[in-house]
Design a protein around this ligand. Structure first.
Ligand code: 2AM
Length: 178
């Protein structure tokens, strides 16, 4: 099963991201845009594993404190099949410390970790081809800054159910307060 560890986002974040994704969709010739319930921040993408147990144990045992989260400017990862558009997340010390702790704990039990540098982002749409007349600067200027406190991490399963990309929480770990 396809597994990843992520921060689930509060409703006010999802509402803003959903509006941003719909506006982006309206300004696009094509693309696959995230559904409201699917917005999240991935900390560790584990890929295909036979089961959740080792990842669950890592999440249960890892020492991570609660930390503040802040959104940043939007951006995109260019791709030949159309770009991945996202809203950025500030690489704050709290977020990076949590990510490092998780990466270290996963590494110690031999669970696969993404070797690419960590680029914290909230995906709005994939394989997006924007219209020539889309005013990206105005769209970006309309995005409010978002803040919240992260007090739990979640192990999620990614799968297609009836053709829809669906993320199912398998285990939630509360973080220590500071
Ligand atoms: P994305 O939104 O940038 O595609 C579930 O698929 C989560 O894991 C998504 O947040 C996705 O990031 C991320 N993900 C999927 N495949 C990945 C990969 N090969 N490397 C890193 N992250 C990946």
């Amino acid at each position: 099963m396809r597994l990843f560890i992520a921060v689930e986002l509060p409703e006010p974040w999802k509402a803003v991201l959903d509006r941003a994704a719909r506006a982006l969709a309206a300004g696009s010739r094509r693309g696959t845009f995230s559904r409201r319930e699917n917005f999240h921040l991935t900390l560790a993408f584990l890929g295909e594993l036979p089961g959740p147990e080792p990842a669950l144990q890592v999440l249960e045992g890892v020492r991570v404190s609660s930390f503040p989260l802040k959104s940043g400017p939007p951006g995109r990862f260019p791709s030949r099949n159309g770009d991945l558009w996202w809203v950025g997340v500030e690489p704050s010390p709290g977020l990076l410390t949590a990510r490092e702790a998780l990466a270290g704990a996963l590494d110690r039990v031999g669970l696969w970790m993404d070797p690419k540098p960590f680029r914290p982002h909230l995906t709005l749409g994939r394989q997006v081809r924007i219209r020539e007349d889309f005013d990206a600067a105005a769209w970006a200027a309309g995005l409010p800054a978002l803040t919240c406190r992260v007090d739990r991490l979640t192990l999620l399963r990614s799968q297609r159910l009836q053709g829809q990309l669906t993320y199912t929480p398998l285990y939630r770990r509360r973080l220590r307060g500071i």
